[in-house]
Design a protein around this ligand. Sequence first.
Ligand code: ASP
Length: 340
Amino acid sequence: MVIRINRREFLTNLTIGATTATALLGGEMATAEPNNRSAQNKSYPLFVSTWAFGKATNNAALGNYQRDKSLLDAVEAGIQVTEADVSNASVGIGGIPNADGIVQLDACIMNGPDHRVGSVAAIEGIAHPISVARRVMEKTPHVMLAGDGAQKFALDQGFQRTNLLTQARQEEWKNWQKKREKEAHSDAHDTITLLALDKNGDIAGGCSTSGWGYKLPGRVGDSPIIGGGLYVDNQVGAAGCTGKGENCMRYCSSFMVVEFMRSGLDPQSACIAAIKRIASTDPLGLNLEIYFIALDKRGNYGAAGAGKGFQYAVTTPEDSQVFQSEAVGGGTVGPEGGNR
Ligand code: ASP
């Protein structure tokens, strides 16, 4: 027998607090005043991105926004800059290859107002996976395309086939092969994740990465997984992850951060709460190597990491800065951050 219960009865029957009920059932973020751990922005648009290299991403996104006034265009244009940077060994051209010496890229883009998403995974030979992800969102009835299918779609859409493997990355890969290391390169990975908010409270986000260096061919990380590497909820805020994708995607981490914001936490506290929640049950404890950025609809933003901590970039028309994140568990923060 199916027992039907309406939302009001369900809420009345809940023996938990109103805030938790809001988190369970959705709805706008709780009205509790955010604590002051997160910074509050007063100038729009606001761009928050991962790592020190995110500053160039943010600046490009801002420039694009000031010309076009579309958050989605700004997110795409900002991430394209990082994808095109051959000196960045973890995103786009010049990204680190997989165990077979082939660069396979992951990316996704998400638009808050209509909750649309596009995503590509393990795509080869295409310089701007963020743009392919956007085409998936806008030109297909699907959310995610992977591997050969994603590449075929990109070529059909007019994207050019491009050699993504630079000589420098090829040399490093050959040396790694000679050593016959069985393990993927545990420290060679980063992601550009960009969150954007305009003065109307609309939110968009995107991310792009070559993923874990020397990964098994076909490995897909957290970045193209909605709710894993990125999540945007236009009623509440957005969150993104970088670091060891396996530890992020096992917990729908970005979704979790957004849900903590919905229940009333400010962005930084939400990032910390997600890390602590994961660490409380995971056999790895705090040795997770995951790092979050988050912003809420009111313009608060923050970040936190498990393990080594990291840097994140914040840009508005007034200012563009790189900050050290909170390192949960007292991990050390690298002097440079960015491209490891
Ligand atoms: N999260 C990415 C992945 O696992 C890598 C990173 O951001 O460091 O593919």
